[in-house]
Design a protein around this ligand. Structure first.
Ligand code: NAD
Ligand code: DAU
Length: 362
């Protein structure tokens, strides 16, 4: 068993998945969390409002590219583990600014790994044995599947297609190298598309919920037949906790929702849910807002996860059914108007203009 007085260092814990993870962790575990986040456009302290006064949570604004800052944090708090979420995470932004992704996802992960190695190498033998570096990664490193291809397994060859995916693949390789070369006790998770509360409304599901609510066009890329395997964010968080406790060192674990859906079907269900839950008597069904627009360059056609390894070895399976999870998510966005207003700043509106103004209806 772990010493529960010892902290866990979470990076990117003010973002979508990181904040859900920190909230669940504080809700379920006694041990403290040190939350290191740069608060980029995607980081939002409001996600953590519920634990603002909880002494088990320490927020530190800082950059994973800052070696000295990380070294100081590790010396001061002596964490028993690092759970690494911090990243640039949006594929469309990686197409307009790849450099930011190389800096944070590659250089940042490299810096964090090196500081973790220096810290870990000086721990006493017991703490050294217990220490874990858990790297949170994505299924996008595996590339794109055809309609009848088997789902991604842990032995699928890496074939990243976007600058985002390539930067995450690079970070996965660095993590692997730190295990093989230095023996740093790492474990990596590769997860499919998440959805749920606190997701920044640049991603498909929250963008469509908010546009639908406001009667704006719903910009579906290409023919809308691309497939994603959706996982409710709380299920991703429970999987990470399980891998942190029971994952084998140096291994990778795929995490997925067994919920492959075509984008157009997801958007259609969102329209119907917003019609039903908002109940604002709009004369036209929101499905009429669906607009096919210019495709994302290099758009991966299909992702699907084979999650048998984590099920058989670790005993984890997703708990949330997709349709019910989507209903919860729509209800959350409709019920949290001040959170929504807060994130839609001028910078957000600039991004929406940049990404959508040049996409012409197809
Ligand atoms: P997000 O964009 O919502 O949050 C990223 C967080 O990292 C933000 O709080 C941001 O401020 C912080 N950050 C960015 N650069 C930083 C830096 N240099 N130093 C410190 N903090 C920094 O991302 P998310 O969707 O929550 O994804 C979290 C992780 O999970 C990422 O590593 C992503 O690749 C991975 N992932 C995401 C999904 C998904 O569907 N969202 C699926 C699989 C894996
Ligand atoms: O698969 C895991 C990945 O899922 C994570 O690693 C990424 O961080 C996360 O952003 C997500 O990547 P996607 O590119 O799949 O997510 P996104 O929400 O951007 O898009 C989902 C699908 O919807 C994709 O096929 C593109 C399409 N789409 C997206 C947007 C924003 C549209 O059709 N219209 C849109 O406006």
């Amino acid at each position: 068993m772990h010493d529960t007085s010892q902290a866990v260092l979470v990076t990117g814990g003010a973002g979508f998945i990181g904040s859900n993870f920190v909230l669940n962790w504080i809700g379920e575990a006694a041990s403290p969390v040190i939350n290191l986040d740069l608060l980029t456009y995607a980081g939002n302290p409001a996600n953590l409002a519920q634990i603002e006064n909880d002494t088990r949570h320490t927020f530190v604004r800082g950059d994973i590219c800052d070696a000295d800052g990380i070294a100081k944090l590790l010396r001061e708090h002596k964490p028993r583990a690092i759970v690494h979420f911090a990243a640039e995470s949006h594929v469309d932004r990686s197409i307009s600014d790849p450099g930011a992704f190389i800096r944070t996802n590659v250089q940042g992960t490299g810096t964090l790994l090196e500081q973790a190695r220096l810290y870990w190498s000086e721990l006493n033998p017991g703490s050294k044995q217990q220490f874990r570096f858990l790297h949170v990664s994505t299924d996008e490193v595996y590339g794109s599947l055809g309609p009848d291809d088997p789902a991604f397994s842990e032995s699928t060859a890496y074939a990243p297609n976007s600058p985002y995916a390539a930067s995450k693949a690079s970070s996965d390789h660095l993590v692997r190298a730190y295990y093989h070369t230095f023996g740093l006790p790492v474990v990596t998770t590769n997860c499919s598309n998440n959805y749920g509360p606190f997701q920044f409304p640049e991603k498909l599901i929250p963008l469509m919920i908010l546009n639908a609510l406001e009667g704006k066009p719903l910009p579906v890329y290409g023919d809308g037949q691309n497939v994603r395997d959706w996982l409710f964010v709380e299920d991703h968080c429970s999987a990470i906790r399980a891998v942190l406790e029971r994952g084998r060192l140096g291994e990778t674990y795929n995490i997925g929702g067994n919920s492959e859906r075509k984008n157009l079907d997801v958007v259609t269900v969102i329209c119907d849910l917003v019609d039903e839950i908002a109940a604002d008597g709009k004369p036209e069904p929101r499905r009429k807002l669906i607009t096919f627009v210019t495709d994302r360059p290099g758009h991966d056609r299909r992702y699907a996860i084979n999650a048998t390894k984590i099920r058989d070895e670790i005993g984890w399976e997703p708990a949330q059914d997709f349709e019910e999870g989507l209903r919860r998510t729509v209800a959350w966005y409709l019920g949290n108007k001040s959170w929504v207003e807060n994130v839609r700043t001028g910078a957000y509106r600039d991004w929406i203009r940049r990404n959508y103004d040049e996409r012409v209806p197809q």
